[in-house]
Design a protein around this ligand. Structure first.
Ligand code: PPS
Length: 328
């Protein structure tokens, strides 16, 4: 079903880190079951993943999907955690009591983490499979690598995109502090601009889901929409889940989902997960918070004018032929 190619360029070697020492490109070879019904062809690009993924690719592709599943899919650092908490609460009648008691990572399971994280012996596929229904499952995998039953069973699927320049900054901090990367910032950014970082290619990740954004079971959101007007986004999310809440309930949810509240909330701020990863990947005791800044436009403070221009060119080139545009 898949072919695998080791990445051994100098750039790939420079991107090696304790959390992901070596990388492969994973190419879907079996295109018989296309997710698209628009009659257009589909030529998925190979996805960069830690080499560990090779032993799990088929298992993920054959993962059993249920109609009442809820899938939250994003490229890394696009607001996944934020969306997971929002969607879980909307779908569970605003059950704050459970949401505060049970960590979000247990309510909404990261499907492939055990298949990619070096030295993390968790069976995340089993954890996701065995969740109580309706199962809430998070994934960063591109469409071509996700379970093929998603396109026949058609569970609810929420996709979130974020401006690639802000993703670059957020992902750089994640790569350094959570995955233990000690190489240069320049090499990491070059890796993103040449689609050689884990989960790349970045732009086609969003474009594949944009092609599905009118499907009834797909809700396509952006980090920037959530940031600018979460209340309006919540109304769309409630409509998607067939839920109705009062204005007061929605105001309370906006508050619960604010950056400051989620940062204070041990069930959502990923403090334990980050401490464990930093310990494992040689960053124990250093200063880093998963809930880092939570802003639009942070790239302007962290990227040079030249890098921003390079990202702009990269994004423009990759978007040729699509009507999709990233929010700024
Ligand atoms: S991951 O590791 O890929 O699952 O990360 P992900 O959750 O997708 O993205 C993390 C970034 O989302 C920000 N975040 C928020 N922003 C605004 N409001 C809320 N409530 C919120 N929750 C998380 C988080 O701070 C990361 O962005 P940066 O730019 O690094 O701050």
């Amino acid at each position: 079903m898949f072919s695998f190619k080791s990445l051994d360029s100098d750039l790939a070697k420079s991107l090696s880190c304790p959390g992901a020492p070596t990388f492969i490109e994973v190419q879907l070879e079996d295109l018989t079951e296309s997710p698209f019904t628009d009659g257009e062809s589909w030529n998925p690009t190979a996805c960069v993943l830690p080499a560990k993924y090779q032993q799990f690719a088929d298992k993920v592709r054959n993962f059993e999907v249920y109609e009442d599943d809820v899938w939250i899919i994003t490229f890394p650092k696009c607001g996944t955690t934020w969306t997971q908490e929002m969607v879980w609460l909307v779908d569970h009648d605003l059950d704050y009591s459970t949401a505060k008691r049970v960590n979000l990572n247990r309510r909404s399971v990261y499907l492939e983490i055990g298949c990619i994280a070096h030295n993390l012996p968790v069976d995340s596929l089993a954890n996701a499979a065995n969740l109580p229904r309706p199962r809430h499952i998070k994934s960063h995998l591109p469409l071509a690598l996700l379970p093929k039953q998603l396109w026949t069973v058609k569970p609810k699927l929420v996709y979130v995109s974020r401006n690639p320049k802000d993703v670059a900054v957020s992902y750089l901090h994640h790569y350094q502090m959570i995955m233990g990367y000690r190489g240069s910032k320049e090499n990491f950014l070059e890796g993103l601009l040449t689609d050689k970082i884990v989960y790349c290619p970045q732009i086609s990740h969003a474009l594949d889901f944009w092609r599905l954004h009118n499907e009834q079971n797909v809700l396509f959101l952006t980090y920037e929409q959530m940031k600018r007007d979460l209340r309006t986004v919540l109304e769309r999310v409630c409509g998607f889940f067939g839920k109705q809440y009062t204005n007061e309930q929605l105001d309370e949810l906006v508050y619960h989902l604010s950056f400051d509240q989620m940062k204070k909330n041990p069930a959502t701020n990923n403090v334990d997960m980050v401490a464990g990863a930093m310990q494992m990947n040689g960053r124990a005791g250093e200063k880093f918070k998963f809930m880092r800044k939570g802003e639009i436009g942070d790239h302007k403070t962290e990227l040079s004018a030249e890098t921003i221009a390079n990202f702009d060119k990269f994004i423009e080139r990759e978007l040729i032929g699509s009507d999709f545009r990233f929010d700024q």
